[in-house]
Design a protein around this ligand. Structure first.
Ligand code: FE
Ligand code: FE
Length: 196
């Protein structure tokens, strides 16, 4: 595996400064959440740091890369290019940054869409991406942290994620954008495990 400093240097050179600032925020937030929920702090740090490593690619490059290297990707996922840096980023994490841990790879892989039965590390990176301090809305962050504070253990994390999915579904529908079937499945799953 590349060292944290090597990865940081690569990201600093290849991402926009705003995206790099966001990346560092996600790394810090993922570490904090890992401490709170007794997850592996080192894995959270690396997954947070690498989650947007492919964000610098254009949608044409992402699509081309996927057709050549990830031909089995679910066709539903191809309909919104904004989520495509996740499977590509997971691929790079393995091939370019030599990350061999499957938990780190899957946290990067699912940070945009989420999935049913997400692992603890996947949940942590997903949420850290939404609420990090550097570039995300502070009001929204405070609301999410309140949910975490008010609920015992992983239930707080699940409720916070459900809140994120409510926002995602609303915002996609309001903009008349395609809602990936995975998103609906995750929404329904979170509803089921939090609301009764
Ligand atoms: Fe991302
Ligand atoms: Fe991100």
């Amino acid at each position: 595996m590349n060292s944290i400093d090597e990865i940081k240097n690569y990201l600093k050179e290849n991402l926009s400064s705003e995206r790099y600032f966001h990346t560092l925020g996600v790394m810090e937030e993922a570490i904090e959440l890992a401490k709170r929920y007794n997850a592996d702090i080192k894995k959270a740090e690396i997954a947070g740091l690498l989650h947007d490593n492919a964000k610098c690619m254009t949608k044409e490059d992402l699509r081309k890369f996927i057709s050549e290297n990830l031909p089995d990707l679910d066709k539903n996922e191809l309909k919104n290019y904004k989520t495509l840096h996740a499977p590509v980023g997971a691929y790079f994490a393995k091939e370019k940054f030599k990350i061999s841990d499957p938990e780190i790879i899957s946290a990067i892989r699912w940070h945009t869409l989420g999935r049913v039965n997400m692992t603890l590390l996947e949940k942590i990176v997903f949420l850290a991406d939404k609420i990090e301090k550097n570039t995300r809305d502070i009001e929204y962050r405070n609301q999410i942290i309140k949910i975490l504070d008010e609920n015992e253990g992983e239930l707080g994390l699940n409720k916070a994620l459900f809140r994120c999915f409510i926002e995602t579904v609303k915002s996609l529908a309001e903009r008349k954008l395609y809602i990936c079937t995975t998103t609906i499945d995750v929404y329904n799953w979170l509803l089921e495990i939090t609301e009764n």
